[in-house]
Ligand binder design. Structure first.
Ligand SMILES: Nc1ncnc2c1ncn2[C@@H]1O[C@H](COP(=O)(O)OP(=O)(O)OP(=O)(O)O)[C@@H](O)[C@H]1O
Ligand SMILES: [Mg+2]
Length: 383
């Protein structure tokens, strides 16, 4: 690989970097772009903060460079009405369709749980159909971020409502696939909704967004260090230590560089052992600066009716020295107050959900925590 020149990149820490400062995603983004332009719709999966939204920005950039219209909307909205509203505003902006959209407004705005429950679904259908008609020359790509958040909120309010959105999106893909592709994003929870709407994601190719490979993670760390004027005795060795401590997750790389800057402000220098020490501090900090308690806090929402069992199973995996098989977990559960709460079959189902929710990885028939950072964060909540 040719050596890339180190250039200053500003810290964004959860914000939106300039598309040129999103590193290490070019090849896989161009693969996704090809799938979309070939008529496939794609779901980007991956744990929170792995960089899915950034990844989709790189895809969007590539599509626009080739002259394809892109409509991007986040589904993290207070209501379905707000979502459709935001979608229509984005469509308006992309295609200047103002007058036509205004005619639909009454249909589009009614919430799904009001008297005209079906109406907004029809509105969503109409909106997407309309834009697919624009895709005869150049395929249109609709990017919907955070789909599971909206679908779950709707499902909780009214069983079936979240699934209806996924079904509508699928129907539009099937009926108008010649002019439109979708790029959907979501870190967790898709399968919890998709269960009540089997098949709603069957036509979609799943692409996993994982950590950066070492060359890219180290390069990002070096550029962020340059952006913050951080000097280390051996900058490359320091950047390698940052990448390793961050497990290649760009969000944590940003955090570690920021924390290094603060550390140098107090202590004057940064040893190569610092990144690992900073991770440790972040894991035990009362303010939870990396927002890792989220992994514990989301358990009741995702595993209703068996949250205590889910906590126990995760405790068991977190405390294990190696990967555990189902029988090992059954045996260890027997020593907890949750013995007898699940059958072996039920435990397998739960473990599979924990895999899909990015807690656990599978190694052959056994499982362990997918991330050492998350495992240690889990243990840090033990008292
Ligand atoms: N490839 C990258 N290069 C440089 N920085 C990145 C990259 N990917 C992500 N980041 C940094 O990590 C932060 C989080 O990324 P992003 O918001 O894309 O993650 P996400 O997977 O969409 O998170 P969430 O699950 O919360 O939606 C960004 O604000 C940015 O600072
Ligand atoms: Mg995101």
């Amino acid at each position: 690989m040719t050596q890339r020149p180190i250039r200053p990149i500003p810290l964004t820490l959860g914000g939106l970097p300039d598309v040129n400062d999103i590193l290490g995603r070019d090849q896989s983004a161009s693969d996704v772009e090809k799938l979309l332009l070939g008529g496939q719709s794609v779901l980007l999966t991956g744990d929170r903060r792995t960089g899915k939204t950034c990844f989709s920005r790189v895809v969007e950039h590539g599509l626009r460079r080739r002259g394809h219209p892109v409509v991007r909307v986040s589904a993290e909205r207070a209501s379905f009405g707000d979502f459709v509203d935001a979608l229509s505003r984005e469509i308006e902006k992309e295609f200047q369709l103002t007058s036509e959209l205004q005619r639909w407004e009454p249909t589009v705005k009614a919430g799904p749980f009001e008297a005209r429950r079906r109406a907004p679904i029809v509105g969503l259908d109409q909106l997407l159909t309309k834009i697919s008609e624009r895709g005869t020359d150049k395929r249109v790509v609709v990017i919907i971020d955070e789909v599971p958040i909206l679908a779950r909120a709707m499902e909780q309010e009214k069983p079936g409502a979240g699934a209806a959105v996924l079904d509508t999106l699928r129907r539009v893909r099937q009926e108008h696939g010649s002019g439109l592709s979708m790029l959907l994003l979501g870190s967790i929870g898709f399968h919890h909704i998709a269960k009540s709407s089997p098949g709603s994601l069957n036509d979609i190719t799943k692409e996993h967004v994982g950590p950066l490979v070492e060359a890219d993670g180290v390069y990002l760390a070096r550029c962020l260090m340059a952006g913050d004027s951080i000097n280390a005795i051996d900058p490359n060795a320091f950047a390698v230590a940052v990448h390793k401590a961050a497990e290649g997750i760009p969000y944590y790389i940003h955090h570690l560089v920021r924390d290094t800057r603060n550390h140098i402000g107090v202590h004057g220098f940064a040893a190569t052992s610092l990144p690992a020490q900073l991770v440790d501090e972040a894991l035990h900090h009362v303010d939870d600066p990396w927002n890792l308690r989220h992994y514990r806090d989301r358990v009741p929402e995702y595993y209703p009716d068996r949250e205590e069992l889910a906590y126990s199973v995760l405790d068991i995996f977190a405390g294990a020295t190696g990967a555990l098989g189902v029988n090992d977990v059954m045996r260890l559960l027997a020593a907890t107050p949750h013995a007898g709460e699940t059958s072996r079959r039920g435990l397998i189902d739960l473990i599979e959900l924990l895999e899909q929710d990015h807690y656990l990885r599978r190694e052959g028939k056994a499982n362990s925590f997918r991330s050492e950072i998350v495992r240690r964060a889990w243990m840090a909540t033990w008292r």
